[in-house]
Design a protein around this ligand. Structure first.
Ligand code: SAH
Length: 366
């Protein structure tokens, strides 16, 4: 599987799109807003009345969240500059994602968002120049010393490739309690290599004193195969195993499918940041969202189809995982997969309280 080609969220604005089903990720951006606001406000004060501020959002996807984070950052700078009675800087905003991301939908809604930001900030606020930056954040994306602030939410848990040497992960599609130790190790090694590359690239692109706030899906437990980060994918593996039993999916197809993802613990992040050496850790925080909390939201309450829970969680997972599943198993099986997945998620939610764990780290370029 070539991750850069198949890993993207469902595009457009339709029923199964990421734009329509990214409520969880929206909540996470809003939960971490105090951390990002604090970071960009402190950065702005330290820059001493700058003419421009360059902000990059890495893994911006396509939908309402694409503009939520960056417009929040622009507003925080505007509040800070008004307090300090300074002229507004110009904002250079870079929206990055993999080339297969639906950039067209972003660009088509750009004017609306620009006008919205302008209206909210009022007269005297500097212009926002938006740029799309297609490419992998595991490579250099920007010139040396060109960025002041990097933001990334719910993107860095995606790896650059499925780890090598995990052929023994039969019946699973991610790390699981039943995965052999070699599989768990291979997943960590891939994360270690990818996250280290990410830090190295960003350390070259950020100016001295530049800041970075990264939020990833993660785990509290030090055990990588704990339920914290793996349960949702174990339920998808159960779904696919059910379809194998029904003869709808070949066993071999299931055995050769693995998700290119890793949910790190705060300690793992800390160790790799320290090993890289270019950043000081400003803060490192863990938060959680119960699946039920997010499933009880208005969208699902108001929706007739939501008669037995699991609706939002299953739809969110579909928006995220469908392109990857289609590229491996083909389009024909998707309705069966997501119908059964929702039943299995609903059953799990009726038996235990499960959470999505978020790890947010705020870093300063030394
Ligand atoms: N930040 C948005 C989107 C999160 S979805 C939000 O919070 O809602 C994760 C996004 O990361 C996807 O759009 C995916 O395509 C992108 N992504 C994953 N790996 C990437 C990589 N190596 N380089 C750039 N983007 C990547």
């Amino acid at each position: 599987m070539k991750v850069a080609e198949v890993l993207h969220m469902n595009g457009g604005n339709g029923d199964t799109s990421y734009a329509t089903n990214s409520l969880l990720q929206r909540k996470v951006i809003l939960m971490t807003k105090p951390i990002t606001d604090r970071a960009i406000t402190s950065l702005y004060s330290n820059l001493n009345n700058p003419k421009t501020i360059s902000i990059a959002d890495l893994g911006c996807s396509s939908g309402p969240n694409t503009f939520l984070a960056v417009s929040g950052l622009v507003k925080a700078v505007d509040t800070a500059r008004k307090k300090l009675r300074q002229n507004s800087p110009e904002f250079h905003i870079y929206l990055n994602d993999l080339p297969s991301n639906d950039f067209n939908t972003i660009f088509q809604s750009l004017q609306k968002h620009q006008e919205e930001i302008k209206r909210e900030l009022g007269d005297g606020s500097g212009p926002c120049f938006f740029n799309g930056v297609p490419g992998s954040f595991y490579e250099r994306l920007f010139p040396t010393d060109s960025l002041h602030f990097v933001h990334s939410s719910y993107s860095l848990h995606w790896l650059s490739q499925v780890p090598k040497g995990i052929e023994d992960n039969k019946g699973n599609i991610y790390m699981s309690a039943s995965s052999p130790p070699s599989v768990i190790k291979a997943y960590y090694k891939q994360f270690e290599s990818d996250f280290s590359t990410f830090l190295k690239c960003r350390s070259e692109e950020l100016v001295k004193g530049g800041m970075m706030v990264l939020t990833t899906l993660g785990r509290k437990s030090e055990d990588p195969s704990s339920k914290d980060g793996c349960h949702i994918w174990e339920l998808l593996a159960m779904t696919l195993n059910d379809l194998v039993a029904k003869g709808l999916v070949e066993e071999e197809k299931l055995n050769s499918f693995n998700i290119p993802k890793y949910t790190p613990s705060p300690t793992e992040i800390k160790v790799l940041v320290e090993k890289n050496g270019a950043f000081t850790i400003n803060s490192l925080e863990v938060s959680q969202i119960y699946w039920t909390e997010f499933d009880n939201d208005n969208i699902s309450k108001n929706n007739e189809k939501n008669n037995n829970g699991g609706y939002n969680v299953a739809r969110c997972m579909r928006a995220v995982a469908e392109p990857m599943l289609v590229s491996h198993f083909g389009e024909g099986i998707m309705e069966d997969v997501f119908h059964r997945y929702r039943e299995i998620i609903a059953d799990s939610m009726s038996k235990e309280k499960t959470q999505f764990i978020n790890v947010a780290v705020s870093l300063i370029r030394k």
